[in-house]
Design a protein around this ligand. Sequence first.
Ligand SMILES: Nc1ncnc2c1ncn2[C@@H]1O[C@H](COP(=O)(O)OP(=O)(O)OP(=O)(O)O)[C@@H](O)[C@H]1O
Length: 247
Amino acid sequence: MGEKVVEVKNLSMKYNLAKEGKISLKNYFKKVKNRELLFQEFWALEDVSFDVEKGDRLAILGLNGAGKSTLLKAIAGVIKPSKGTVKTKGKIVPLLELSGGFTGSYTGRENIFLRGAMLGFSTKYMEEHFKEIVNFSGLKDFLDVPVDNYSSGMKARLGFSISTVVNPDILILDEVLSVGDAKFKKKSFSKMMNLIENNDTTVLFVSHSISQVKELCDKAILLEKGELIMKGNVEEVCEKYEEIVNS
Ligand SMILES: Nc1ncnc2c1ncn2[C@@H]1O[C@H](COP(=O)(O)OP(=O)(O)OP(=O)(O)O)[C@@H](O)[C@H]1O
């Protein structure tokens, strides 16, 4: 057996959905103060357990709302488990919601350094990789424009390009290989394949594209309404998922 790098044990995630409907801000604060706000509990994940070994390329499959992004966020440490535990080993780079997280009033150039710093890289490291990022993004002519003026596709391209120069132990990809136009999609997919193949990186991958999943992953888990209903090799889990999609 290989080395465990992700250990998810009895993980449950609860969201509190507001039941108030429309209320004024004044009433809202009054209710918060008096602890009278009404919530409905919603369990997005229930008692999910699985391990990931070093070098695994694990797909997380499931219909809309099955809990895939919630699971990735819990593993990335963005949200705290309501129950259960998540343990990880090594440097995690989560590529979630790529077009978000930029400071809109800053230029593309400034945001490259800012995001680099957020990922834990020095200015020197980012300067060394700056050209590579810009070339990959194809945004050379827009570098000194505030990101607020970028289209969402341009933001996603910038986000993806910055992430390609990092060297993670665990890479978390949530639908990020479907950003940009068809040409960029193809380019980003092969860049990821390269990164993964050359570095023994562990990958957790969410995508609705079965062909991408089969090309990139060797193992898979299947979530249904927050529960883990199957784990195994990518071919057999994809087969079950397709049955669900077509049922
Ligand atoms: N911040 C939140 N507050 C309340 N409910 C949420 C929140 N985030 C997600 N949910 C709910 O949790 C459930 C799981 O959502 P999640 O985004 O993890 O699903 P998913 O499998 O990634 O779906 P998709 O394929 O549509 O991206 C959904 O019913 C969703 O509405």
